[in-house]
Design a protein around this ligand. Structure first.
Ligand code: NAD
Length: 259
């Protein structure tokens, strides 16, 4: 099992889905985890559950688009746990609509969370990782960051930006023992599918997206991925076992994009 014992990890969007699985898994393997999210009830409950299971965890409210809050969150990680070794920049949203019906406000909101939030997470974590002597940054992109997606053009653009940003971070920080990799989940069974808001009228969708139907239609096995499938990949990237994995893309999609 990859080793993260004693490392300090910060996970954004940790109250739900993939982020929650990452926080649980890192804590189970001995990392001290700071969870952040907008959903305080679920975030606090998860941090408490991790502590009850014998792990070390704390929760803080955070909107990843707010720069001032980033400075406070990173400072809190260092004050509470002494250092910062791992960043899992996971918070994200999806907005489904055709390009012509996408409002500029929705485009900007999606970019603000999925791209600006990731940029700020990295900008504010690097100095703390320098103080710790190195670190591992894991950016959650998507298979939509590897190719275009009709109806999710803005989401795809945002996740493509995350993919190339990860490589630039890897290059810029290579000499400082700070690695950065992107993770590209396929169809993962999380609440995001019920939450994907429709943009302006005209997307032709009036019911929640059904991930099972999408998986059956687009994943060779027809099987949905689970948050744990992504958390296991993130655990590897967070650990020292991946010390030579840098600037890479870890695609976890049941061969959805293999063809
Ligand atoms: P989710 O909706 O279950 O969880 C996302 C979390 O992010 C929520 O707890 C939400 O409160 C939080 N969040 C949203 N906006 C925020 C903000 N401004 N500041 C802080 N927190 C915020 O979704 P998920 O499926 O677990 O997705 C996690 C990541 O994985 C996202 O970046 C998503 O794009 C990506 N992803 C998911 C899938 C999938 O099929 N589920 C596939 C590819 C990529």
């Amino acid at each position: 099992m990859p080793q993260v014992q004693g490392k300090v990890a910060l996970v954004t969007g940790a109250a739900s889905g993939i982020g929650a699985a990452c926080a649980r898994t890192l804590a189970r393997e001995g990392a001290r985890v700071l969870l952040t999210d907008l959903d305080d009830a679920r975030g606090e409950a998860l941090a408490a559950a991790i502590r009850e299971a014998g792990g070390e965890a704390a929760y803080l409210h955070q909107d990843v688009t707010e720069e001032d809050r980033w400075a406070e969150v990173v400072a809190a990680a260092e004050q509470r746990f002494g250092r910062l070794d791992v960043l899992v920049s996971n918070a994200g949203i999806g907005i489904m609509t055709s390009i012509v019906d996408m409002t500029l406000a929705d485009w900007r909101r999606q970019m603000a969370i999925n791209v600006d939030g990731v940029f700020l997470s990295v900008k504010h974590s690097i100095p703390a990782m320098r103080r710790a002597g190195g670190g591992s940054i894991v950016l959650i992109s998507s298979v939509a960051g590897l190719r275009g997606s009709a109806g999710l053009a803005g989401y795809s653009a945002s996740k493509g930006a995350v993919r190339l940003f990860a490589k630039s971070v890897a290059l810029e920080c290579a000499r400082e023992n700070i690695r950065c990799n992107s993770v590209h989940p396929g169809i993962i069974e999380t609440p995001i599918w019920e939450k994907i808001p429709v943009g302006a009228a005209g997307s032709g969708r009036n019911a929640p997206l059904d991930p099972r139907a999408i998986a059956l239609a687009s994943v060779p096995t027809g099987v949905l991925g689970q948050p744990q499938d992504i958390a296991d990949g993130v655990l590897f990237l967070a650990s020292d076992q991946s010390r030579y994995v840098n600037g890479s893309e870890l695609v976890i999609d049941g061969a959805q994009t293999a063809g």
